[in-house]
Design a binder for this molecule. Sequence first.
Ligand code: CDP
Length: 269
Amino acid sequence: MSGGANKPVLIVDGKRLDGRAFGQLREIKIEAEPLKNAAGSAYIEWGNNKILAAVYGPKEALPKHVSDPEKAIIKCRYQMAPFSGLEDHGRTGPNRRSTEISKVIKEAFENVIMLDRFPGSEIDIFIEVLQSDGGTRAAGLTVAAVALATSGIPMIDLPYAVSAGKIGDQIVLDLNKIEDNYSDSDVPISISPRQDKVLLLQMDGTMTQAEINQAIDMARKAGEIISKKQRDALKVPYERIMERYNDVMPTRAPQAQQPPRPPQQTPQQ
Ligand code: CDP
């Protein structure tokens, strides 16, 4: 989000620059389990964002002093590949932004993963942004939820995230990079749909309480589409497992043919 004299016009004739309506999402495609070595993985294309998520664990929490005898801890690393954006080529490694994003995503997942099932363990979530175009923390959280589900780690819900924002006095959904950079505010939101709880809400810029409520409502409505994409992606590996299962399981021996029963005589009174 930034202002300045060279601020581009973001809404022309009631449409956004990429032709979307105010409450419209970019196209989302999710693939479950693209990585074989991870306990769980998923890949998302969300508009021009391309993001991989991998999950490892639960495994012994190391170093020992970070472990919690009551429950598992989550380690989350969000990272942008040095070639992922139009800015900052060649820079890599953690920075303040990636540390912040890793922290808020980890805290969102602490609300849905059944951590008390794995005392003394750690669950590692890696989110690698290969190509970025605004909204990567929301897309990163959404794809990490699918990766966690493929790992079999028990969760009470499958959270999703999306950003909303304000351009002039208009609330818009799912800001791309140019909108994110020049909007009046940008609000990434994560929701746990079954619990109907907000797990993450950040705000860059200003909004009134009514505008924030409108943004949350928009995110909730978009959540129906995003959650369906997550669930549909998860069906694919489970269908593969069922096919393999059917291949290896011996088919049930056919029942021995019974001779046809004679027609029942009704006893004569
Ligand atoms: O990606 P998200 O909207 O969650 O985070 P942001 O900090 O608001 O960044 C908005 C966008 O700016 C990112 O999605 C990237 O496209 C771009 N960006 C970048 O290219 N290089 C950075 N170091 C930071 C942001």
